[in-house]
Ligand binder design. Structure first.
Ligand code: ARG
Length: 462
């Protein structure tokens, strides 16, 4: 605003010329940091109450500030936050409105405080809440996975390594693998949240303040259980909390992306393991036969952006000298973006898994095709005929070759053919060659046997 008088700026006292429009534009963060309005008001209330209690401002001023802030919260809740670039950011927007409401007493709110400790506090509070919201979304996805896994505890499908059929597994087991990944994501967000337990408010611009503030009380009022940050320079310049959140978000999105990738693959006619519900797929504008897994593809795509957000903030921070630099204003958008994308991805994935139709016949057929029970034959030779595993591996290879030549599965080979390969094989071997017998036998802890999968599910339910 070229017609803006310099003195109208909060920091305008020493400036004679007005800021150029471009300066105002590049400086403003209100378009995005207005998302911090609740936290900003909450932190200001804690600060004002403390200033009053310490006798740094009068009790009357403190109570005028507190009720003014309450009124602003009501207004913002009802009408949204006004976006005036000349007010720069959410902190000035709140203070400006407070001045309109209560007059000069509003000017006392910023005593013993700087926007540097203010923004660090607001943003940390916001990020803690984000950790909590993402955790509860993850919890809901896990619940859906549990239900589907329970329902598919016996369903046999091929397990893959190198995307080649390896050994039969149960679909419930496969789904529960994602439950495990999401559990780690949940815990990572919890750890991140716990590590954000110190309150930066009261660090001032960088050096602390000469006013007799009570940082313990503001930390407590704002739910920072570990008390105030111990070093004011670190207090205003630390953004590890945002990076911790972004790292946890990146991990979670990585896991969602792998799940999405499998759904995309499984939904192809070549696999045919799943049918996506109408509600989570789209058609093609030109090819009438198509049903596209767009939601899964977007989850996979969004993970790249979320990882980019982590990289973006790391690169922003890595060259900054202590304490605050304006570069740090760029800390918020990557965090907001990652949060929005991640929450949407988790919710979309929850809906997708809830409504997806599994096709057990196709899974079973694929498991039976790839000689997936070859390891079971080798294990049988070791167990029942005392053959060393390396030799058993060799014998089994010959059996696979024989089955390949006859275009049949291992369990369809006649006994005499098997005995020509190795006379120590007898008819009991057929007990282990079917895919059902194979999965039932894998009862080691964490293994794919339905009874073990049910155990995993029961444990996860706790
Ligand atoms: N809008 C600023 C930010 O987000 C607030 C802090 C401003 N501090 C300053 N020294 N100019 O970082």
């Amino acid at each position: 605003m070229s017609d803006q008088l310099p003195s109208q700026k909060t920091w305008g006292g020493r400036f004679r010329g007005a800021a150029s429009d471009l300066m105002t534009k590049i400086n403003a963060s209100i378009s995005f940091d207005k998302r911090l309005w609740r936290e900003d008001i909450e932190a200001s209330k804690a600060h004002a109450a403390m200033l009053g209690a310490q006798g740094i401002i009068s009790a009357d001023d403190a109570s005028a500030i507190l009720s003014g802030l309450d009124q602003i919260a009501e207004e913002f809740e009802r009408d949204g936050v006004p976006e005036r670039v000349e007010l720069e950011d959410i902190h000035m927007t709140v203070e400006h409105r407070l001045t309109e409401l209560i007059g000069p007493a509003a000017g006392r709110l910023h005593t013993a405080r700087s926007r540097n400790d203010q923004v660090a506090t607001d943003f940390k509070l916001w990020t803690r809440r984000a950790c909590g919201n993402v955790r509860s979304a993850i919890g809901q996805l896990q619940e859906v996975i549990l239900l589907r896994a329970e329902e598919q505890a016996e369903t046999v499908m091929p397990g893959f390594t190198h995307l080649q059929v390896a050994q039969p597994v149960t679909l419930g087991h496969h789904l529960m693998a994602y439950h495990e990944m999401l559990m780690r994501d949940f815990d990572r967000l919890l750890d991140a949240d716990v590590s954000m337990g110190e309150c930066p408010l009261g660090s001032g611009a960088l050096a602390g303040t000469g006013f007799p503030i009570d940082r313990e009380s503001t930390a407590k009022a704002l739910g920072f259980l570990d008390g105030p940050t111990k070093n004011s320079l670190d207090g205003v310049s630390d953004r590890d909390f945002a990076l911790d959140f972004l790292a946890a978000a990146a991990f979670c999105s990585l896991h969602l992306s792998r799940l999405a990738e499998e759904m995309i693959l499984w939904a192809t006619p070549q696999f045919g393991f799943v049918k996506l519900s109408d509600s989570f797929s789209t058609g093609s504008s030109i090819m009438p036969q198509k049903r596209n897994p767009d939601a899964a593809e977007l989850v996979r795509g969004h993970s790249g952006r979320i990882m980019g957000c982590l990289t973006s903030l790391m690169v922003t921070m890595k060259g900054l000298p202590l304490a605050y630099s304006k570069d740090m204003q760029d800390d918020k958008e990557p965090v907001f973006e990652a949060y929005d994308l991640l929450l949407l991805s988790i919710e979309a994935m929850t809906g997708m898994i809830e409504t997806i139709e599994f096709v057990p016949e196709r899974m079973r057929a694929a498991a039976e095709q790839g000689f997936s029970t070859a390891t079971d034959l080798a294990d049988w030779l070791v167990r029942e005929a005392g053959v060393p595993f390396r030799e058993a591996h060799h014998i089994t290879g010959a059996a696979v070759k024989a089955a390949e030549d006859r275009s049949c599965n291992l369990d369809q080979l006649p006994l005499d053919v098997l005995q020509q390969i190795d006379p120590r094989i007898d008819e009991r071997v057929f007990d282990v060659l079917s895919v059902d017998a194979s999965v039932r036998s894998r009862t080691s802890y964490g293994g794919t046997a339905p009874e073990r999968v049910r155990e995993q599910i029961a444990k996860a339910k706790e």
